[in-house]
Design a protein around this ligand. Structure first.
Ligand SMILES: *[C@@H]1O[C@H](CO)[C@@H](O)[C@H](O)[C@H]1NC(C)=O
Ligand SMILES: *[C@@H]1O[C@H](CO)[C@@H](O)[C@H](O)[C@H]1NC(C)=O
Ligand SMILES: *[C@@H]1O[C@H](CO)[C@@H](O)[C@H](O)[C@H]1NC(C)=O
Ligand SMILES: *[C@@H]1O[C@H](CO)[C@@H](O)[C@H](O)[C@H]1NC(C)=O
Ligand SMILES: *[C@@H]1O[C@H](CO)[C@@H](O)[C@H](O)[C@H]1NC(C)=O
Length: 568
């Protein structure tokens, strides 16, 4: 017996020895939170070896410094290239991975029993390679064990240890998707019972299309209608669908006084399932503010989705030759739950989208400054320097809107990234905030040199929506993102159809240098941090990490946009 044990021990030592002789292995995402530590998902048993799985290899791209320079050149007013966006093909030509990278990764896969030609497909620039594999193939490739994970009936296969790749391919890959990350549970913000209770207590649900149009001085302004190159979109994940009948009813009820469309121009992906609060809210409000502008509903992933839906969407955007001018996304993760290599790669994808002239707007989160172990907890992608993060406001008197003023709301997500440095376009504004704010939280809670967010804000409370043909209400920065996005789409519509100009594209360089003149600065309201109201940051004159530069004033925002587009 002793003998046998000794033999076994020798055998396993030998394996370790031979692995290292054959080649060292490298962890690409040693800092990634493992699925077993995810707060919402539960780890079940080991996956079966012949279960199907999908892996996404994010190949390292080229010319990333040139890409960032290009993004800033086409997005910064006054630059000679301002507004001269790149086509998808031009972006692809700039960043496509080198032949050496493709060769190294294919050779690795070919050396196993994964057939690149039969089981894998590339995006058109070859920056992502998606492979259908079995659990046993994935386990061998990455030296991990896959387990089933469950949340609210959804199942996903994820590894219980950090994956490694051979050293020969480590320099050619940013990360491998489908191994660790799991989506967050979507917040269910309100339901019809809560709606009835709010109504019974006389809470004024101030936000519906006409009041928002009045608040932001949109009036009866609308887009140019069906035959329109100007397109806007909402991206949806996690089983969030809208019902066409809800949208029709919403427009019948609230769409008076302005020309609008009552149908989505195009559904990308699936839209078959129960109506979701997020999806209904997003589509109703982007189409009410960005009225009479063709709107795409872009859905990714289903309930039994063993992929990372956000990554699948990013991959689809990279693989599409045309994309909408404005995309509103109310989806985010804690920055600390994602690896830095992953976020850096997603940032590159955002830069590519911006270089193509598309504005990406993300809800900034609904936990104020956030809190985890006495540190603030920012949310990604809102902290990405390459997107526009939209925070939330409320009206000071919920009971009497006529006497109320707009101010930062305590749940408005905002603060400073722990990963990304303060962006150059915001340097002056953020420094001013840090040097003038009267009541900064304890500095040990956040990194004052990080990218400050949100960039802008909009009303985020008391939204009337229609879901399952009944009125309901919603609150959260999820409300603010489609509202702000719709207004940007109106500006784009004027630029494109009224004046023969290009769209605004990546908004932040414009917003911080000029656009703020078309925003109403919010100077009241504090966010929650580690504790209640007032434990986060407070709004002040100028940019602040609760409401950003402020809320839109459509006519002046349009004026500023026309002004910067006409110089040169
Ligand atoms: C990998 O195999 C495919 C065929 O399955 C072949 O087309 C390709 O050239 C091979 N790549 C390398 C780098 O060996
Ligand atoms: C990218 O799009 C092309 C068609 O335009 C398709 O053939 C290909 O499979 C797509 N790649 C991925 C990874 O989805
Ligand atoms: C709706 O909200 C009420 C009050 O918060 C709660 O008791 C109820 O369970 C919720 N209903 C659904 C269907 O989520
Ligand atoms: C849409 O959903 C159906 C049923 O759930 C599924 O069979 C189909 O493959 C899905 N299509 C896409 C594009 O995801
Ligand atoms: C700030 O936080 C640190 C760490 O939690 C603590 O030691 C310090 O006393 C705090 N400072 C103030 C002024 O509260």
């Amino acid at each position: 017996m002793m003998q046998a044990i000794e033999l076994l021990l020798t055998a396993s030592v030998a394996l370790i020895c031979c692995n290292s002789v054959l080649g060292a292995r490298v962890r690409l995402e040693a800092d990634q939170l493992l699925a077993k530590h995810h707060p919402d998902w539960k780890q079940l048993g080991l996956a079966k070896p012949d279960d199907d799985h999908k892996l996404v290899f994010a190949l390292r791209q080229s010319n990333l410094i040139a890409l960032e320079e290009k993004l800033l050149a086409v997005s910064t007013p006054g630059s000679p290239q301002y507004g001269q966006f790149l086509s998808a093909d031009q972006v692809d030509a700039l960043v496509r991975p080198s032949r050496a990278s493709l060769h190294a990764v294919e050779e690795w896969l070919n050396g196993t029993d994964v057939s690149v030609s039969q089981s894998c497909k590339y995006t058109k620039a070859h920056e992502f390679l998606e492979c259908d594999v079995t659990v046993s193939q994935a386990s061998q490739l990455l030296q991990v064990s896959f387990y089933q994970h469950e949340m609210d009936g959804a199942l996903a296969l994820r590894a219980n240890n950090h994956y490694t790749v051979p050293a020969e391919v480590a320099d050619h890959l940013d990360f491998v998707g489908g191994v660790h990350r799991l989506p967050h549970r979507q917040q269910r913000l309100a339901n019809s019972t809560q709606y009835a209770i709010a109504k019974a207590h006389g809470v004024n649900l101030q936000a519906e299309p006409s009041s928002l149009r009045e608040l932001y001085k949109v009036g009866s302004s609308v887009g140019a209608g069906e035959e329109n190159k100007n397109i806007q979109s909402v991206a949806q994940f996690s089983d969030e669908y809208y019902h066409a009948t809800d949208l029709t009813k919403f427009m019948e009820k609230y769409g008076t006084g302005f020309t609008h469309m009552s149908k989505v121009a195009k559904v990308i992906g699936n839209n078959s399932g129960e109506a979701g609060l997020e999806a209904s809210l997003d589509i109703e409000y982007i189409m009410a503010l960005g009225a009479n502008i063709p709107t795409y509903f872009w859905y990714t992933g289903g309930k039994h989705e063993d992929q990372e839906p956000f990554l699948v969407w990013i991959k689809a955007v990279a693989n599409s030759s045309t994309i909408p001018n404005v995309i509103s996304v109310s989806y985010g993760d804690h920055e600390d739950s994602l690896s830095i290599p992953y976020m850096q790669r997603i940032n590159v994808e955002f830069q590519k989208i911006g270089a193509r002239g598309t504005s990406l707007l993300f809800a900034s989160g609904d936990s104020g400054a956030g809190c985890f172990e006495q540190h603030f907890r920012p949310s990604f992608p809102a902290t990405s320097p390459y997107v526009t993060a939209v925070g939330g406001t409320t009206l000071s008197s919920a009971l009497d809107s006529s006497a109320s003023t707009e101010m930062g709301v305590s749940f408005s997500g905002g603060g400073f990234s722990n990963v990304f440095q303060r962006a150059a376009y915001q340097a002056t504004d953020v420094k001013k905030f840090l040097s003038t704010s009267q009541n900064l939280p304890n500095q040990s809670c956040y990194d004052k040199n990080g990218r400050g967010f949100p960039d802008v804000s909009a009303l985020a409370t008391g939204y009337e929506i229609i879901i399952d043909l009944t009125p309901s209400f919603a609150y959260g920065t999820s409300c603010a993102a489609p509202t702000f996005s719709g207004i940007i789409s109106l500006v784009n519509d004027q630029l494109i159809n009224g004046h023969g100009k290009t769209a605004l594209g990546f908004l932040n360089p414009f917003l911080y240098a000029h656009g703020f003149a078309g925003l109403t600065d919010m100077a009241h309201g504090c966010s929650q941090g580690c504790g209640d109201y007032n434990t986060g940051f407070c709004s002040t004159a100028g940019w602040d990490p609760v409401t950003g530069l402020g809320t839109p004033q459509y006519p002046t925002l349009l004026e500023e946009a026309l002004r910067v587009k006409s110089v040169r």
